[in-house]
Ligand binder design. Structure first.
Ligand code: CP
Length: 363
């Protein structure tokens, strides 16, 4: 069984295969219009979404399949206390593949341990958003013609921004990537991602506090929203929410062929008058999300039916250890539901397998 829980659950070759399929779908829409006839996608969205849920829905419909699910956990038996594990075992009786978004980090990984059908992580808390990453990669490929030799600036909320975490992981597997992190002190990229991903893969990475000092060297500016829903302190959110605002004046220093990406929704961080700049690629990026999700559903179902040992999601190949340690992250699914406590060894000790938080007081 194949699942997509984290960006690195699929190899670079498989990412390329998904992107090639997406490009073929764009060029030959009719060819794919009935390839998943009779198949059903379940969209289990425990957290709000516009783009991800509706693009999954549209993607499955354009492949000739059907869609069921919920867009609000309150309207499902989750509101009666049903666990993620039980929910996916039930939904697997009705659907061939599941896309799940959850506010608790690691919930899709828990789902993948119990599901009889492929699970796609459609965003879990501040942790990961691998299908947004595929969307971003397809957009970069179409806009820049390559996925290597690029300088990309990530700007805004790099602490809670799950799209940033996933895209950095994905890009670190390509040659010639330079990462610039533009964030206030309070919203810096979690240090373990910098250490375990950027440093480990020899990706030159630097942190700055203003857009202006790096704008002329960027090939891609990846803007992000300050994630209000993740803050425990409202005053801190109010203080940080407008840390970076991209406007036409700031763009004057940018390369003519730089592209501006944003996973959306946008709030204040890009002014409306940037939208007509040809470098603003964020609405083209949204449409790519549908094509890449079509390609993902199509390939994931194909890979899952092949039943080859080498096709098992690599992260689940037994590198995890069980222990009674408690994850320190209050937003982790392991602190909400009765799940096996699983950890993996990292350079700085053990980390929770569900959310990657460091385990305190471990040996
Ligand atoms: N980019 C993204 O995940 O958007 P939604 O929250 O609207 O799905």
């Amino acid at each position: 069984m194949r699942h997509l829980i984290d960006t690195t659950d699929i190899s670079v070759a498989e990412v390329d295969q998904i992107l090639e399929t997406a490009l073929d779908i764009i060029a030959n829409r009719q060819k794919y219009s009935e390839v998943l006839k009779g198949k059903k996608l379940a969209t289990l969205f425990y957290e709000p979404s516009t783009r991800t849920r509706l693009s999954f829905t549209s993607a499955m419909m354009e492949l000739g399949g059907n869609v069921l699910g919920f867009s609000d956990a309150a309207s499902s038996s989750v509101s009666k206390g049903e666990t993620v594990a039980d929910t996916v075992r039930v939904i697997g009786c009705f659907a061939d593949i599941i896309a799940m978004r959850h506010s608790k980090e690691g919930a899709p990984l828990v789902a993948s341990h119990y599901s009889e059908v492929p699970i796609i992580n459609a965003g879990d808390g501040s942790h990961a958003h691998p299908t947004q990453t595929l969307t971003d990669l397809l957009t970069i490929r179409r806009e820049k013609g390559r996925l290597n030799n690029l300088t990309i600036g990530f700007c805004g909320d790099l602490k809670f921004g799950r799209t940033v975490h996933s895209l950095i992981k994905a890009l670190s597997r390509y040659e010639g990537i330079n990462v610039v992190l533009i964030a206030p002190e309070e919203l810096r990229l979690p240090s373990y991602i910098r250490r375990e991903v950027c440093d480990k893969n020899n990706v030159p990475t630097r942190e700055v506090t203003t857009m202006e000092e790096v704008m002329p060297e960027l090939d891609i500016l990846y803007m992000t929203r300050v994630q209000k829903e993740r803050f425990l302190d409202e005053e801190e959110f109010e203080r940080l929410k407008d840390s970076f605002i991209l406007n036409p004046e700031r763009l004057k220093a940018a390369k003519e062929d730089m592209i501006i990406l944003h996973p959306l929704p946008r709030v204040n961080e890009i002014t409306r008058d940037v939208d007509n700049d040809p470098r603003a690629a964020y609405f083209r990026q949204v449409e790519n999300g549908k094509f890449v999700r079509m390609a993902l559903i199509y390939n994931l179902l194909k890979w899952s039916s092949e039943r080859s040992e080498s096709k098992i999601t690599p992260r689940l190949r037994g590198e995890l250890v069980r222990n009674d340690w408690r994850c320190s992250n209050r937003q982790c699914i392991s602190n909400m539901e009765d799940v096996d406590k699983l950890f993996h060894e990292a350079a700085d000790g053990y980390r929770c397998a569900y959310c990657e938080a460091k385990v305190k007081n471990n040996k």
